[in-house]
Write a new protein. Structure first.
Length: 336
């Protein structure tokens, strides 16, 4: 097959940043995606109704005239039920970060214990607001996600009516969790389907592949591929495309994040085709997410063709310059 049509692709985990970076990266997602879950880890984090509404309108201004819906999230802290009721119609989920675990997460949760978080999580359950979680402890870097599994166990069993999304899973332990609790789901990134720690640090250090959670072992990547390629109904695509200026990536003290927005759909097509699973891409890229979040995306038909595309060395606007995954390399599918 040399062409592929996708209906309303969704990116269920996306960083759009703000100001000039937002202006640069937002159109690169909105050109191909019908909508995206927008991460709230700005400085300061998006944790009030006013900040959320203002951020949404800045996003809508930045997307040119593309048809695109930003699904907004709040940064998790302890919120009252009254507040959540008042903001419910403006948000699609709330994102929980353990404090200090990744970029701009200093204001996150210091200790995730089900008793102290119960008032907020019960209110979210009752109001039907999903909880998205960055699931890492601050242990040894390769074990951080695995060590977080007992926290997922506790959250999922203590709050059985709360929809919990394990964001950007990277391990076979997280894949196994999907079968343990009805209310646990997961997003999977493009880069974690493609790379292992070998690609990041096995040869010359590759700062543009450095992200959190770090890419893991081959058996972990295989477990992720298995559920993504077969469009397991509890997994969905979330790019975690996380742009940082080139100078912040190519630095002593490299910022975490892989920028995949402009190539995500094309490379997913290449990956699913390689494994003879192209017929499952529609579910992974949109249908599963619609079922999990109970959303109806804007109608948008995207056509791809099997035709080589040279990925640019960088994307630039004003004084912002960002390097995408596969910069200066050729990928096998293009946008039509
Ligand atoms: O690599 C990452 N970058 N992981 C995260 O969790 C945050 C993200 C960012 O915001 O840069
Ligand atoms: Zn993220």
């Amino acid at each position: 097959m040399d062409t592929l049509t996708l209906q309303s692709p969704l990116d269920m985990h996306l960083h759009l940043r703000d100001e000039q970076m937002l202006q640069l990266v937002a159109p690169l997602t909105s050109q191909t995606f019908s909508g995206a879950i927008i991460m709230p880890n700005l400085v300061p984090p998006v944790d009030t109704k006013e900040a959320l509404i203002a951020y949404k309108s800045r996003i809508l201004q930045a997307i040119d005239d593309h048809q695109f819906e930003p699904f907004m999230t709040l940064f998790f802290k302890e919120y009252s039920k009254e507040f959540l009721e008042s903001v419910k119609d403006e948000i699609t989920a709330i994102k929980l970060y353990p404090a200090g675990i990744t970029t701009n997460s200093e204001g996150g949760v210091e200790s995730i214990d089900v008793i102290s978080l119960a008032p907020t999580l019960n209110a979210m359950s009752e109001l039907g607001i999903p909880l998205c979680v960055h699931g890492e402890t601050n242990g040894f870097v390769m074990d951080r996600e695995k060590e977080f599994m007992n926290i997922y166990d506790a959250l999922a069993s203590e709050f059985p009516d709360l929809t919990i999304i394990m964001e950007h899973i990277t391990t076979k332990e997280a894949v196994d969790m999907l079968d343990r609790h009805d209310n646990l789901y997961a997003t999977i990134t493009l880069h974690h389907l493609l790379i292992t720690l070998d690609d990041v640090a096995g040869g010359m250090l590759q700062p543009h592949l450095f992200c959190k959670p770090i890419a893991k072992r081959y058996e972990d990547r295989d477990a992720l591929l298995e559920v993504a390629l077969n469009a397991h109904p509890k997994v969905m695509f979330g790019s975690d495309s996380a742009p940082h200026p080139q100078h912040a990536k190519e630095a002593c003290g490299c910022a975490a994040g892989v920028f995949t927005a402009p190539i995500a759909l094309q490379v997913l097509a290449e990956l699913f085709e390689k494994h003879d699973k192209l017929e499952n891409l529609q579910k992974f890229i949109s249908d599963n997410a619609c079922d999990i979040y109970n959303i109806k995306p804007l109608k948008k038909e995207i056509k791809l063709k099997k035709y080589p595309f040279e990925v640019p060395a960088y994307y630039k606007k004003g004084d912002q310059q960002v390097v995408p995954m596969y910069a200066n390399q050729t990928i096998q599918w293009s946008l039509m």
